[in-house]
Write a protein that binds this ligand. Structure first.
Ligand code: SF4
Length: 313
């Protein structure tokens, strides 16, 4: 049995969990290719106009898998953590895909909803695993192995903190914007070429993120917002980066609120330079390069001339 996983959206965060789980159940996991021009164009053509770029790309990745697999994994994600919501686009994703793309293989669209608690975790993994095994113990064992792999992956990300002596920029945003190098035109590499290291929120321990998120004077409803606001407050207090670049998707309502909140916090509580990069399918590489170079120049100038240069690009 072949199961396809689109290399898009939360794949960039949960890949080790999902792939290991299905492989442990004996499935052959096929992951869509790295994003390329064809995937982007087909995604754009097969999605409603007002969708955000990551959702358009998801469509392109589903098309890339369409004729290669028996199933495609598109869970209906309602909530990943107790008391927290996720972007509504994730809740309607299976329907959106079915409406936009015809003749698809069967979609595994199990609901993942931990808003009240994780008490229904066993049920959820059984619902997903039953396509490949009817034995609950086999499914449960596969999940335990997958979860260990996922924990190991997260731990390795923490140990990935680059060279202590280099300057550092924190790249903030959804994992699918930070780690899809086609979409962000390899922003991490562009920064690294200037001998500046890049951190991402995945390199900050959840323990700190959660602890600092609690200091935020307001209610946080979204998982994504908790992670980024917690990361920001941690960075402000611990002064471990020389600049923050927020990579956002055009048309993302959540980004517009969270990026604005973060920017205001940074301006009020610190002198860390901040820049917002908004991406869509029309973003040109030349313009992106110019903005990144200008931001890096400003950080280097600040180092030499202290506070004579404004911090917010
Ligand atoms: S959070 Fe924003 S970028 Fe992500 S799926 Fe929702 S609207 Fe799109």
């Amino acid at each position: 049995m072949k199961i396809g996983i689109p290399r898009a959206l939360l794949f960039h965060e949960y890949a080790p969990l999902w792939t290991t789980f299905f492989e442990e159940l004996g499935a052959q996991v096929i992951i869509s290719e790295n994003t390329n021009k064809k995937i982007l164009n087909e995604g754009v053509q097969n999605t409603v106009d007002d969708a955000c770029l990551p959702v358009k790309l998801f469509h392109g990745h589903v098309l890339n898998l369409k004729d290669k697999v028996d199933y495609i994994f598109i869970p209906r994600i309602m909530s990943l953590f107790k008391g927290e919501h996720i972007c509504p686009k994730f809740c309607g994703l299976p329907e959106m895909i079915k409406n936009s793309i015809k003749d698809l293989p069967e979609i595994i669209n199990t609901e993942i909803n931990f808003i009240k608690s994780k008490d229904n975790l066993n049920e959820t993994i059984y619902e997903i695993g039953k396509y490949f095994s009817t034995d609950f113990n086999t499914i449960s064992r596969a999940y335990d192995i997958a979860y260990l792999k996922f924990e190991e992956y997260k731990k390795n990300m923490l140990n990935n903190i680059p060279n202590k002596n280099n300057k550092k920029i924190m790249l903030m945003g959804h994992t699918y914007n930070l780690y899809d190098t086609y979409v962000n035109m390899n922003t991490i590499n562009k920064i690294n070429l200037n001998e500046i290291d890049v951190l991402t929120p995945q390199m900050i321990d959840d323990i700190y993120i959660n602890e600092y998120a609690k200091k935020y004077k307001g209610k946080i409803f979204w998982t994504f917002a908790r992670k980024l606001i917690g990361t920001t407050l941690y960075l402000i207090e611990n002064k471990i980066v020389n600049g923050i670049i927020y990579v956002s998707s055009f048309g993302c309502g959540i980004d517009s609120v969270v990026a604005d909140t973060i920017e205001r916090y940074i301006k009020r509580e610190s002198d860390i330079p901040f820049m917002l990069l908004t991406l869509d399918e029309h973003t040109g590489e030349g313009g992106l390069n110019t903005r990144i170079e200008a931001f890096i120049d400003m950080i280097k100038w600040r180092d030499k001339n202290e506070s004579n240069v404004p911090t917010h690009g």
